[in-house]
Every structure is written in C-alpha cells, then in structure tokens.
Design a binder for this molecule. Sequence first.
Ligand SMILES: *[C@@H]1O[C@H](CO)[C@@H](O)[C@H](O)[C@H]1NC(C)=O
Ligand SMILES: *[C@@H]1O[C@H](CO)[C@@H](O)[C@H](O)[C@H]1NC(C)=O
Length: 104
Amino acid sequence: SKSVYQSPSTLLVKPNASVTLNCSHKIPSYDTILWYQRSVEDTALNLIAYAYYKTPTVEPSYKGYFDVKGDGENEAFLHILKLRQAEDSGEYFCAASLHSGTET
Ligand SMILES: *[C@@H]1O[C@H](CO)[C@@H](O)[C@H](O)[C@H]1NC(C)=O
Ligand SMILES: *[C@@H]1O[C@H](CO)[C@@H](O)[C@H](O)[C@H]1NC(C)=O
C-alpha cells in the first residue's frame, strides 16, 4: 500500500531544544521524502527540506534551522536544530514521491 509513516504524532519541547521527526515508507520506486511545515504564524504549507535518495536538500529560507538526513527510498529524518518558539511551532507533514526532476 502507498502508506507513509510519521512519528512522533505529537511533541512538546522547550525553545532552543533540538528535535528529530521520523518518516518512512516502503513504496517501490519512490525515491524522495519531503518535509513540509504549517507553522502557527504562517498557515501556508511550506516545503522545508527533502531527501532524494541520500542527497539532502534544505530550502534556502530554512537553512541553518533545519537539517534532513536519511534516504528518500526508505526513511528520512527532519532535524530542527534549535527550536524557535514562534516560527517552528505548528504541524509537520512528510510525503513520499517519485523525483519529478522539476523541483527548483
Ligand atoms: C526515529 O528513528 C530512530 C532511528 O530509526 C529511532 O531510534 C527512534 O526511536 C524513532 N523515533 C520515533 C519517535 O519513532
Ligand atoms: C534560547 O537561546 C537564546 C540565545 O542563546 C537565549 O537568549 C534564550 O534565553 C534561550 N531560551 C531558553 C528557553 O533557553
């Protein structure tokens, strides 16, 4: 099945703490795991980072605050390096996909 698993489901941490979120899938040929944030400050769903195979990419506006590790074919981890209370509070979603080749 095309299931994607994310953990933990909820997390409460203090400002400045580091956080790791897990995401995994077993979908054959899917090679990319993407992480999105919907912060309480900005309700848009924003792409933070993704792992294409083992190549991590952090979107420019999130560099220095987030890191991504792992393998888009299997399991990837989003790291919040030093949690900022307002900007980083919210919902995080992961997704698995086939690399489109059109990402900017
Ligand atoms: C996240 O993944 C790591 C490494 O596989 C594991 O040790 C940890 O227990 C996982 N955490 C959660 C909340 O699933
Ligand atoms: C977080 O870090 C900043 C800068 O180092 C510091 O001013 C602030 O007191 C810290 N906040 C907490 C809750 O530790």
